[in-house]
Design a protein around this ligand. Structure first.
Ligand code: SF4
Ligand code: SF4
Length: 447
């Protein structure tokens, strides 16, 4: 087992970490499939309003790789189809009823061993679980064609707040091992990483862990591990997958049925009792959070982690890869003459406020940014937290100038889209969004 010390990591010390208890919230009357939350997917419908669908039945596919299916997490009826700007397919709403299930072949350890890689790939493509794979360097849907240079599996997710590995793996270790065995048929190089000091890596699963990772966020994100541990450039196009998705693959292969529940974290400063919840895939956010948040103030509901998640709103649903709902105060009133105060109650990366002396304090962050984006002040903080060695302040200039060649030379494709540079920037420049936009434009040109 190797150890990996990841440079330039940072803990934002957000309050509202989820407890390790898990409550069940599986009874929903309606769910949604959200194609627009899967990066680089170009969806096409296979159903229309009023159609009956079974759990695991395809409701859409990717136009560029029609083998990649999105499936209904439940048995029910297509209630509505929601389009966004430019007729982008945003949501397929399904009202739950009945117990129809689409089944596939199931496997034991022995029959999986004798399964060839091509058949396994076809099975996963139509399983509805294919979007669990995120392909580097564009951080989107994995290609259906071609070899898989490597798959990086992260046991831990250190973004605030994602589900804790010990909760996700509780009672699911056999399924995790089974899913891992399947991944090893897809790629000759499967790299499993776990956080140093994590009790899971140190005991029951220590035999499957290849890399022990030391560092704060985003050290344990699989894209960061891939950048810092890759043996050569072939891994620049590696795929990544999260622990819970490996479990889902194991469950699918052992039962032949789409696994339609996931553990999520319901967390953040404005959640009354931050916790883990087992929910149905595609659950309505308003149902999951009902009565569980301090709604005496305006709230922002983030689907996913606070640094990379989606500003979902209360009326949205959980996307396929979104494993958390984090709730922060929204619309913070600006403070009169705030620049003359010492700021003892303010979090600070730059140590500009007295809050820097508060040691291990956890902070009730809100979404206010004290005004609009300002000019870059060349402080260099963004580079101090970039775990893949980019100098974001210089990369930003190339992106603004539209100079793709220079952006590539400055490491655009190494960006793991962790969001930390944006977070620490005192000028509140949306650095990560700029990098993601240029990466997406570059990908579109090559497709
Ligand atoms: S450039 Fe920013 S978003 Fe990209 S990896 Fe570095 S810190 Fe993260
Ligand atoms: S953190 Fe923001 S202001 Fe500071 S150098 Fe980077 S982009 Fe410029």
């Amino acid at each position: 087992m190797k150890t990996l010390k990841v440079p330039n990591t940072y803990d934002i010390s957000l309050s509202g970490a989820p407890s390790l208890t898990v409550s069940e919230f599986l009874s929903v009357s309606q769910v949604a499939v959200l194609p627009s939350t899967i990066s680089h997917l170009k969806p096409k419908l296979t159903v229309k309003i009023g159609d009956s669908v079974a759990r695991g039945q395809a409701v859409a596919f990717d136009k560029l790789s029609p083998e990649v299916k999105l499936v209904s997490p439940v048995s029910g009826t297509v209630k509505d189809i929601v389009y966004g700007q430019k007729r982008r397919l945003d949501a397929i709403l399904i009202s739950c009823s009945g117990d129809a299930v689409e089944t596939h072949s199931s496997y034991t350890k022995d029959t999986l061993n004798s399964l060839d890689a091509a058949t396994l790939k076809q099975l996963l493509l139509k399983s509805g679980l294919w979007p669990s794979f995120v392909a580097l360097p564009f951080m989107g849907l994995a290609p259906a064609e071609g070899d898989v240079p490597a798959i990086y599996v992260a046991v831990n997710d250190d973004e605030p707040f994602a589900p804790h590995a010990s909760v996700v793996l509780k009672g699911k270790q056999d399924q995790f091992r089974f899913g891992l065995a399947a991944l090893k048929k897809l790629s000759k190089s499967v790299v499993v990483s776990a956080a140093m000091g994590n009790e899971i890596a140190g005991t029951a699963l220590s035999d499957v862990v290849d890399v022990l990772v030391e560092g704060k966020y985003p050290a344990n994100q699989p894209a960061t591990v891939a950048y810092n541990a890759k043996p050569d450039a072939t891994h620049n196009k590696a795929w990544t997958i999260k622990c819970q998705d490996v479990i889902a693959i194991g469950e699918f292969l052992s039962t032949g049925v789409f696994p339609n529940t996931r553990v999520i974290a319901l967390a953040g400063p404005k959640v009354k009792e931050p916790q883990h919840m087992r929910v149905t895939v595609g659950s309505p956010i308003k149902d999951v959070v009902a009565g569980r948040c301090d709604d005496s103030v305006a709230l922002r509901y983030i689907a996913g982690g606070v640094l990379t998640g989606r500003n979902a709103g209360l009326d949205s649903y959980l996307g396929f890869n979104e494993n958390a709902i984090n709730v922060l105060q929204d619309e913070f009133d600006s403070e009169f003459m705030n620049f003359v105060g010492l700021g003892p109650k303010k979090a600070t990366y730059s140590r500009a406020y007295l809050g820097a002396a508060m040691g291990a304090k956890k902070w009730d962050y809100h979404t206010g940014v004290n005004g609009s984006a300002r000019d870059c002040v060349a402080c260099g903080y963004c580079a101090e937290v970039c775990s893949v060695g980019i100098l974001p302040q210089f990369l930003m200039r190339n992106v603004v100038a539209g100079d793709v060649d220079e952006s590539l030379a400055h490491g655009l494709l190494d960006c793991s889209e962790c969001g930390l540079c944006t977070f620490v920037c005192p000028s509140k420049i949306e650095l990560t969004d700029m990098f993601v936009s240029q990466k997406t434009a570059l990908l579109e040109e090559t497709r």
